[in-house]
Design a protein around this ligand. Structure first.
Ligand code: MN
Length: 235
């Protein structure tokens, strides 16, 4: 394995490295893998028909190039009639590791952002019914809008504070980070027991209740206290 990927010649053009801006900096955060935790707020687990008390955390993924920059106008996804918004705090991993204990987990976090885990709910529902993977419901083009990241060195590690989403100015999702069933350190501890976390990985840390459909022309505005504000428009 070459040490310096900048000197490697590839047989095809691999295109740009997916990345996010960093608030107050010209440097960008390179996005590696995107892990998303499911049903991490009790009210949302209930609205999806599950008992929040009995389930260990579980994760699914999105490709790095499903990232959408803050402020973008994007197309309504193909092959769906029921795209849902899920507003989430995004955790950016700066230091990799495996079997990271919860007490040490925050040392691995570089910073935080505000993201949307956009979901083709009809496609996901069909997959659930047939016992098939969720990818086509979750891991599609432009399915992961996210703000610029703010470094933990400047904002700390948010464990409480409002998280909300408005559609066309109307509040649709509202919660508090303190309502997460599995805290960020617990998510990192669990996930790093399943896979080796790498610098550049993002974790979408779950959505509060109130998920629902978007349609062409909708403006989505998301917020997490102390972390940022996200605006995405569907054309
Ligand atoms: Mn989600």
């Amino acid at each position: 394995m070459p040490d310096d990927v900048r000197n490697v010649k590839y047989v095809i053009d691999i295109g740009p490295v997916p990345s996010l801006p960093v608030a107050g900096s010209d440097a960008r955060f390179p996005v590696g893998r995107i892990y998303c935790v499911g049903r991490n707020y009790a009210e949302h687990a209930r609205e999806m028909g599950h008992d929040p008390d009995r389930e260990p955390p579980f994760f699914f993924m999105k490709p790095a190039n499903s990232i959408v920059q803050n402020g973008a106008t994007i197309s309504y996804p193909v092959k769906t009639k029921d795209v849902h918004h899920e507003i989430e705090m995004v955790v950016a991993i700066g230091k990799g590791g495996k079997d990271i204990p919860a007490e040490k987990a925050l040392e691995h976090v570089w910073g935080y952002g505000v993201g949307l885990d956009m979901t083709r709910r009809d496609v996901q529902g069909e997959a659930k019914k047939m016992g098939r993977p969720w990818e086509m419901g979750k891991a599609f083009d432009e399915s992961a809008p996210c703000t610029a990241l703010k470094p933990a060195s400047s904002i700390g590690h948010p464990a409480k504070g409002a998280i909300w989403l408005k559609v066309n100015g109307q509040v649709k999702q509202q919660g508090d980070l303190a309502q997460q069933i599995w805290s960020v350190p617990e998510q990192i501890a669990y996930l790093s027991g399943m896979i080796t976390l790498q610098p550049g990985d993002l974790i979408f840390s779950g959505t509060p209740a109130g998920v629902g459909p978007v349609k062409a022309g909708d403006k989505l505005e998301g917020h997490v206290d102390g972390v940022g504000d996200l605006t995405i428009t569907y054309k």
